[in-house]
Design a protein around this ligand. Sequence first.
Ligand SMILES: *[C@@H]1O[C@H](CO)[C@@H](O)[C@H](O)[C@H]1NC(C)=O
Ligand SMILES: *[C@@H]1O[C@H](CO)[C@@H](O)[C@H](O)[C@H]1NC(C)=O
Ligand SMILES: *[C@@H]1O[C@H](CO)[C@@H](O)[C@H](O)[C@H]1NC(C)=O
Ligand SMILES: *[C@@H]1O[C@H](CO)[C@@H](O)[C@H](O)[C@H]1NC(C)=O
Length: 519
Amino acid sequence: MYGMKAILKGNSKNSRKCFGHGYLSGRYGHMDGSYRMCIRCVRMVVFLSLVTFMFNSGPELLWLFSTGRMPPLGDSELLSRGLTSQGYIRKVLPPSWPSVSKALLEESSPVYRRELLPKELNYSSLRTDFPTEGSEGGALKPWVIAEPVSKVLNSLARYSNPLNLATGVKIYVYDLPPKFNQDWLVDSRCNSHLFAAEVAIHRILLSSPVRTLIPSEADFFFLPVYVSCNFNTITGFPYLGHARELLQNAVQLISKMPYWNRSGGSDHLVVASHDYGACFHAMEDLAISSGVPDFLRKSIILQTFAQNKHHPCQDVDHIQIPPYVAPIQVLQRWPPPEQHVRNIWAFFRGKMEIHPKNISGRIYSRGIRTTIWRKFSHSKKFYIKRKKSEHYQSEILRSIFCLCPLGWAPWSPRIVESVVFGCVPVIIADDIALPYSHVINWNKISLTVPERDVHKLDRILQHVALKNLTVIQNNLWKEENRRALLYIDPMVKGDATWQILDQLARKKLAMSENLRLRL
Ligand SMILES: *[C@@H]1O[C@H](CO)[C@@H](O)[C@H](O)[C@H]1NC(C)=O
Ligand SMILES: *[C@@H]1O[C@H](CO)[C@@H](O)[C@H](O)[C@H]1NC(C)=O
Ligand SMILES: *[C@@H]1O[C@H](CO)[C@@H](O)[C@H](O)[C@H]1NC(C)=O
Ligand SMILES: *[C@@H]1O[C@H](CO)[C@@H](O)[C@H](O)[C@H]1NC(C)=O
């Protein structure tokens, strides 16, 4: 791309000079020495620029002109071709790198990436749910670029920021052996359970326009390790005991490339989408005593866990992300929230310890769920159930208030489900931080009830229902709230993955600003 900039710059500068003096408008016979010098100089610049340009972008352009498209993403074959035959990679990497990458590539199957991009789903109907804002906003098909050349050049210029982020970002996605990610997908829940953001973000980045295949030009590096899919065969719960080791092995592997060591991992992204995020443990006391793994201390952790007070598991650079709720179900299966008859006043379905004396009932949910069960399960206005149900989503669609008490951790997918199905979230989890609070005005779309007031829940909800329920519902049902909490694939402007990228773009801006101030 530098070469291209040189062409454009070189051309315009020289032609401005020559045109400015009327040189090129004259006939050749009238040329004097300085005319010829100027022409020669233009030719020289154009030639040099072309050489540089081909050197930098040759492989992409060859592909572009032979197929009319940008190189297909995630094609290991192309990547390895680029690595072995093209000078532009060799010149920026130490000689050991190609062999490392080859090892990484050989272990991973190229078929995987194709499988990762779901073809069977019809996304066009999704996109109509989310009208695009501006030409570069919504639905993206970034790699279909047709000739003529002027169009190609346009697209390449846009490549730096095709998503309208705060600034352009480029992310390199490591191509790790399947044991770190795709092998876990044999259990289909891995794709869809509440911790599945680790899979969704990986998949969406692979086909996104911010992805770069050239690590030396990346602003950030994504480490695709799925740690939450290790389901216990008996309880069905994900077991996190292996997470630290798996991540450490991945870091060891990528450390053979220069990028991790160069920054200590500080420009590397790791998803921690389970209970206590960067601590990689499901129980709070053990999470706190284990702490953030040392090797990840400098990295950027994308985590669902977040509190508004100090907590050792967020003692690390992190971006709070929403838990995963399958967007297909939300957007294709159900009409928008305002079109539903809501005949359940207050709804909760989930794990509850019903014996108040039971130790687990006092520890789990800090006893909140037990109180809810004891005080309100017999009330006619409350619809409170303990067993799983296949009607769960339609129940939320039929409800006015949805209780979101803490469980083991303060956050839960209930909050996302409530918003996307238009049921007013009643958040009962002291100190919880809510995702993307810089774009979602949670005060206007939800209620927060302090844990100590949970026994007064009926009166509190009654009060709100009388006073400003309609206002809250109208705020809640705005499309941008649903969009910001869903990992839509392919990404659209304003959705959950886009919000992550936008925060990364802001980080990049802040970093360059710091750098500028120091110089
Ligand atoms: C996808 O959905 C859109 C809108 O619902 C429809 O017009 C189109 O025909 C569908 N495409 C396929 C391949 O099913
Ligand atoms: C990065 O550091 C690790 C640990 O110090 C070392 O084993 C590895 O060889 C280094 N990688 C590179 C590319 O220098
Ligand atoms: C407490 O609840 C747990 C889980 O529901 C159950 O296994 C245990 O037997 C209960 N203990 C008592 C004392 O009721
Ligand atoms: C509800 O109404 C009260 C009093 O009118 C007001 O203070 C509060 O901000 C309103 N809440 C919302 C979410 O609109």
